[in-house]
Design a binder for this molecule. Structure first.
Ligand code: ZN
Length: 63
């Protein structure tokens, strides 16, 4: 399962979320409910995903 790290631009909180297909536009800050968040690259996103085979495709390929 893809786990992404996010940083809230409003309160600067950093948090992790499991993100399923179609949910990535619904992420909001757990503290202030802002949707002004920035996704961070995380090595954990690629665990078990075949390192090097789909890095250029990004996380969209997960389902
Ligand atoms: Zn926030």
């Amino acid at each position: 399962m893809p786990i992404f790290e996010y940083r809230c631009q409003a309160c600067k909180k950093e948090f992790e979320r499991l993100v399923f297909a179609g949910e990535k536009d619904k992420i909001e800050c757990p503290d202030c409910r802002s949707r002004d968040i920035q996704k961070k690259m995380s090595a954990t996103s690629f665990m078990g995903a075949g390192i090097g085979t789909c890095a250029s495709d990004g996380p969209k390929g997960f389902s």
